[in-house]
Design a protein around this ligand. Sequence first.
Ligand code: OAD
Length: 235
Amino acid sequence: MEQTREWLRAASSVAALTGAGISAESGIPTFRGAGGLWRQFRPEDLATPEAFARDPRLVWEWYEWRRKLIAAAQPNAGHVALVELEKKPQFTLITQNVDGLHERAGSRKVLKLHGDIWISRCTGCGRERRDEGRPPEELPPRCECGGLLRPGVVWFGEALPGGVWGEAEQATRSAEVFLVIGTSAVVHPAAGLVWLAQSAGAKVVEINPEETPLSSQLDRSLRGQAGELLPQLIT
Ligand code: OAD
């Protein structure tokens, strides 16, 4: 703990990769592990382009359910602590989460590798709209052009948004300290950033209450909840 605090204090360039675990203390279920969404649902039924082509209504119902959970949730102390790191000369927050809680906590720039659950994108004309606060409508929703709207997230089998990925790689390469927070780090390419950081010479520190496949291979692996550990490390 003390060593990580010192690394963070001394570093002028820091990057963090977050996953579903940072929002767990806000009451949003993670994907894997106890209570994880992929224990209850099959990703191939809900989070692939094929699933959407087969049954867009079912897919939308699942996203609407998640949107409601997220709308009712509040950012926690872990999200808030990361806002503080923006005072560094260089800080990049990279997230796999689509819930927008980092921004709601006050982070001004977030690289969202897997998109944003509040965006709907037309499968016809490509136009995007933001649905936060919008009353529910008949599912599946349609664009003004008549095309079918889809959630603005990245599904299994889809490429990550190119610009965002490029920026994430660049920030990872230049980080002196790289934090891996609340992710099982099994979904690629996001997980590859951890190895990129390590090979570029960063001190890589994991924050997770459970051991993960990464734990034994990093500079430090801190066992605990993000909402408890991050405020102690950063403030
Ligand atoms: P996972 O659900 O795979 O992993 C969540 C991690 O958070 C686990 O390692 C938990 O031990 C840890 N965790 C739980 N509570 C925590 C807490 N309070 N503080 C810190 N850590 C905690 O979630 P991701 O790694 O984010 O992709 O999953 C990656 C991707 O897989 C997601 O973005 C999503 C999913 O399928 C897509 O939808 C494309």
